[in-house]
Design a protein around this ligand. Structure first.
Ligand SMILES: Cc1cc2nc3c(=O)[nH]c(=O)nc-3n(C[C@H](O)[C@H](O)[C@H](O)COP(=O)(O)OP(=O)(O)OC[C@H]3O[C@@H](n4cnc5c(N)ncnc54)[C@H](O)[C@@H]3O)c2cc1C
Length: 403
């Protein structure tokens, strides 16, 4: 029994969350500390995600996937992240690759790449470059015509699941004069000459997942172009829309784990002859986290149900990621504090969760970028409001301020 509001799962979501929960209990949770300590990529977990059907959770049924809704994806992601954040990051790449392909790929491309994702050969999302993280429109990688094909050149950084994924959706500039409309998306893979993964990042958290650079000097045909030429940034932004909701779900999982550890410890740890939860300094913080975590769950759930790529959905996705990742920050901080010195030391799980949490405030658009996006949306909406100058309102009120 928890005081936290539970996501109102339908039968489909319950079925998949149960599967994720069983995998957590049997395999993912017991392995989490070792993956973190050794910075080891868990191929066995990838196989389990594939064998259970979770790798194909978001893939349409006509291609052999489960065709699950984004809301089911959110519920599964929250469950996986509650058990092992690194494994949830691997699951996120499977979902994100499926998302980009669902938005933009031709039926032939979907047939080909969905089949690979379902067997655990993920499709990574390769957008970020040195100098083009928060501002992807500034990217410098190029795609130029060469002998009836496309020469992709450049270097992508921080690519999730790099080296473990077989395929990469790489965003490159195909028209230097066209600004945001001059970026296109191509699928390249590790079998292509000149598609090279190097330089794995040694990370603070999510150490069982992988993050690498991707060097491109590779020739691909038109059959690798995703969507329209020049439509790459639109594909990236639409993919990030649901990606941000999935990161919010990941943050929910981390926050829930932290809250459960913190509240349990607070009941069982005593100082000055009584459990620390009997001090308002602790119980009030737990109450605040429980309240805000419940609100974060409701907001993320609402964002997952908002539907197609509308302005409202974009705003809700930004709000969910922003709010939930910051609630997760508060929750992991409280968990470490509740354990005292033990919380600061390995192998306490809260020490790992504390490090795992930090990235959800950075990737797929940092908290500052979510605020920037929301600020722009607010300005755009407010500029359409009828503006009533204050002088006119004062005249209508029949009173002139004369103090
Ligand atoms: C573990 C990990 C996994 C990742 N996975 C992927 C992936 O799979 N694919 C991919 O393409 N990328 C991936 N990334 C990249 C990630 O999305 C970027 O790191 C992130 O978007 C921030 O970009 P940046 O690192 O270039 O920081 P910068 O853009 O240089 O920003 C630096 C700081 O300045 C702030 N800032 C920037 N502009 C503004 C502004 N206008 N106003 C206020 N503050 C601002 C930012 O919020 C940030 O705090 C990953 C990164 C990590 C660490």
């Amino acid at each position: 029994m928890s005081v936290l509001w539970e996501l109102p799962l339908d039968d489909e979501a319950k079925y998949w969350v149960d599967i994720a929960g069983n995998l957590n209990r049997q395999y993912f949770v017991p392995l989490a500390a070792e993956l973190d300590r050794c910075q080891r990529y868990p191929w066995e977990n990838v196989e389990r995600l594939a064998a259970s059907g979770l790798s194909g959770l978001m893939i349409p049924k006509e291609y052999g996937g489960a065709g699950a809704s984004l809301a089911t994806g959110v519920a599964v992601m929250a469950e996986l992240a509650r058990g092992c954040a690194s494994t949830s990051a691997i699951f996120a790449i499977h979902a994100m690759g499926a998302g980009a392909l669902t938005i933009a790929a031709s039926p032939a491309q979907q047939e080909r790449y969905f089949a690979d994702i379902m067997t655990g050969n993920a499709v990574s999302f390769a957008l970020t470059e040195r100098g083009a993280g928060s501002d992807p429109a500034a990217l410098a990688a190029t795609g130029t015509p060469e002998g009836g094909q496309w020469r992709l050149r450049g270097e992508k950084i921080f690519i999730g699941n790099g080296g473990a994924s077989k395929h990469y959706v790489a965003f490159v500039r195909t028209d230097p004069e066209a600004g945001r409309r001059g970026i296109s998306a191509f699928v390249t893979n590790l079998d292509d000459e000149g598609t090279v993964v190097d330089k794995y990042a040694d990370r603070m958290g999510l150490r069982g997942s992988r993050t690498s650079n991707l060097k491109l000097d590779t020739l691909v045909g038109d059959d690798r172009l995703l969507g329209e030429l020049g439509g790459g940034l639109r594909i990236a932004m639409a993919t990030l829309n649901s990606g941000r909701i999935m990161v919010a779900a990941q943050a929910l999982g981390l926050a829930t784990a932290a809250f459960e550890h913190a509240s349990t410890e607070a009941v069982h740890r005593s100082t000055f002859g009584r459990p620390i939860i009997e001090n308002q300094g602790i119980s009030f913080r737990l109450a605040d986290v429980a309240t805000r975590l419940t609100a974060a769950r409701a907001l993320t759930w609402q964002a997952a149900h908002a539907g197609a790529d509308s302005r409202q959905t974009r705003a809700l996705a930004s709000m969910a990621k922003l709010f939930t990742s910051e609630v997760a920050h508060e929750a992991v901080d409280l968990a470490v504090q509740a354990y005292g010195g033990d919380g600061y030391c390995k192998p306490n799980p809260v020490e790992r969760i504390y490090r795992d949490q930090r990235i959800v405030e950075i990737f797929e658009g940092s908290s500052e970028i979510q605020r920037l996006t929301l600020g722009r949306a607010i300005a755009e909406a407010a500029s359409k409001h009828i503006y009533e100058p204050l002088e006119r309102a004062s005249a209508a009120y029949g009173h002139e301020a004369n103090w």
